[in-house]
Design a protein around this ligand. Structure first.
Ligand code: DON
Length: 537
């Protein structure tokens, strides 16, 4: 198994060693990440879990946050209709109704084999006893120290008693979080959505002018959805359906690219990159128009993942020349049909597989710890379109399909994905990275299928990203040769930017002839543990 946190991966592999299956391990890791990786691991956020059991059963748990009942379409706009900066990311109004606890417990109940105690206890132990801060986490906490200072409970949770930032090597204990996890261990979902934890969340909302009510919490339930299933060069792709755009866009882009021999063009060649960018440009245009919560908006999923739709959508592709995003609209619906995140991959010895992506949205979410609970609240509301065609934190735009409505889930890009070959699990993958999640996940998959790479190469190799608007290509620094970039310039990809950080963090597990091999993305700290695992042991 592979995750962003070495300690969480130890919890996961110990769960497998004690006889748990991949779902038990993923749930235990989910709770552990809330303790060991607080920028994205969470109790106060949401996520998606894609499961494939060894018997071929597939399932997707949607525990995405929901807009509170009091939310309104224009809640982030001022009297002139201008979006107020920061309101959807750095305020109590930014917080969606959290889904993680219901989702993890529901997955455990449906597909796990262990008791709640067995999967929650390791997280409680780490929270109560504390763990030694790595340089990575200490520096990360220090970088948000000033933002936490605005909220007394956050400042207390993430700094020394005298208010100074933690340093690498300090022991980080989280007593309030341990107590919240104990209530979950004892009472299950009621330990979070009712009683003391719920009261503390509501009190925090009232203190800071947020909207989440006791009824919003009591009524929150995760949803089991049919996974998106596509195919790519003889492999089955199983991924997350709406309210994530991830699975749909992944399959749509792979459908567009299937007609071209990317393997022969070669990894990192200007030719292959050009093809991929053009598929990305068209798919992300469709995202902005067509995608949102399927419980509120008729997302044309069947059309978007149809192979003939992809062929027709790619008809204006010019192998020699970049299109202009301003010339690319969304695909029309035929009249008949009208109207800071983290990824975990687990495969157990029987071949049960889980791809799990979870998030508070931006790193450390809203930065608000609900006083007394020890956990951070998300700022997922920013994933809604606050106003038509106005970019969110990831530069993504949207319209009606993803407009705010009470009880609606905001559109996501999270793409937990399983790849199946000849009826057997081949790869579990996915990534954080906002809008770049989908293109990161796709590149890992193409690296395996088109370029025949090992999982370590597939995850480690440099990545690039395009999302229609803004019309630019982001390249990982030092990842691509200057002459490749120059060839792309001559083909019209003139707006090239270098990523300031690595794109994504695609912790993955793959089947090989010698057994399952895990790879923690080398871009960040993390751990891959298990038989034949690569990366940190
Ligand atoms: O659901 C989404 O698409 C975003 N909230 C994900 C945020 C994310 O990946 C941040 N991490 N880098």
């Amino acid at each position: 198994m592979a995750s962003r946190s070495q300690l969480a991966s130890i919890v996961g592999s110990a769960t497998l060693r004690r006889g748990g299956n991949a779902v038990d391990a993923a749930v235990a890791v989910g709770f552990a990440l809330a303790v060991t990786h607080p920028s994205a691991g969470n109790l106060g956020g949401g996520g998606f879990m894609v499961i494939r059991m060894a018997d071929g059963t597939i399932a997707a748990n949607d525990h995405r946050e929901k807009a509170p009942t009091g939310a309104t379409r224009e809640m982030y706009q001022d009297a002139d209709g201008e979006v107020v900066r920061g309101l959807s990311t750095a305020s109590h109004l930014a917080v969606g109704v959290p889904g993680t606890v219901d989702g993890l417990l529901s997955a455990l109940e449906k597909y796990g084999t262990m008791s709640r105690r067995e999967v929650v206890q390791p997280a409680i132990n780490i929270a109560r006893r504390g763990f030694v801060l790595s340089r990575d986490l200490a520096e990360s906490l220090a970088s948000v120290h000033a933002k936490f200072a605005k909220y007394p409970a956050s400042a207390k949770q993430f700094a020394n008693k005298d208010g100074t930032p933690y340093e690498p090597g300090d022991v980080f204990r989280q007593g309030d979080l341990g107590a919240t996890l104990e209530r979950i261990r004892r009472d299950g979902r009621a330990g979070f959505y009712e009683g003391k934890t719920a009261n503390l969340i509501v009190a925090e909302m009232q203190r800071g002018g947020g909207l989440i009510s006791a009824a919003d919490l009591a009524e929150y339930h995760s949803v089991w959805r049919e996974p998106i299933v596509g195919s790519y060069r003889g492999h089955e792709i199983v991924s997350m359906p709406p309210p994530s755009s991830g699975g749909v866009l992944l399959v749509q882009m792979l459908n567009m690219l299937e007609a071209y021999d990317l393997g022969a063009m070669g990894f990192g060649s200007a030719d292959a990159i050009h093809h991929v960018i053009e598929a990305e440009r068209r798919a992300y245009a469709d995202r902005a128009e067509h995608m949102g919560d399927p419980d509120f908006y008729p997302v044309p999923v069947a059309m978007l993942i149809d192979k003939s739709y992809a062929r027709q959508r790619f008809l204006d592709f010019d192998p020699e020349r970049a299109s202009q995003s301003s010339d690319i609209g969304a695909g029309a619906i035929p009249p008949a049909e009208s109207p800071d995140t983290t990824h975990v991959s687990v495969i157990d010895q029987d071949g049960n597989a889980v791809a799990y992506t979870t998030t508070l949205n931006l790193s450390y979410g809203s930065k608000i710890v609900a006083q007394g609970t020890g956990f951070l609240l998300n700022n997922e509301m920013d994933d809604f379109s606050s106003k038509d065609n106005t970019p969110n934190a990831y530069g993504l735009i949207g319209r009606e399909a993803n407009a705010i409505q009470p009880g609606k889930r905001m559109l996501s890009s999270m793409t937990p994905t399983l790849v199946v070959k000849d009826g057997e699990i081949l790869l579990a993958t996915g990534s954080p990275g906002g809008s770049t999640i989908i293109t990161t996940t796709m590149q890992v998959i193409m690296n395996v299928i088109d370029h025949g790479m090992s999982v370590s190469d597939a995850v480690g190799r440099p990545r690039f990203h395009h999302q229609w608007q803004p019309d630019r290509v982001i390249f990982e620094a030092l990842g691509f040769s200057p002459d490749t970039l120059a060839v792309l310039q001559t083909r019209g990809h003139v707006n090239q930017v270098r990523a300031r950080f690595g794109l994504g963090d695609a912790n993955s597990v793959m089947r090989t002839k010698e057994g399952f091999r895990g790879m923690a993305d080398p871009r960040n700290e993390g751990g891959a543990i298990g038989v034949n695992s690569m990366g940190t042991r």
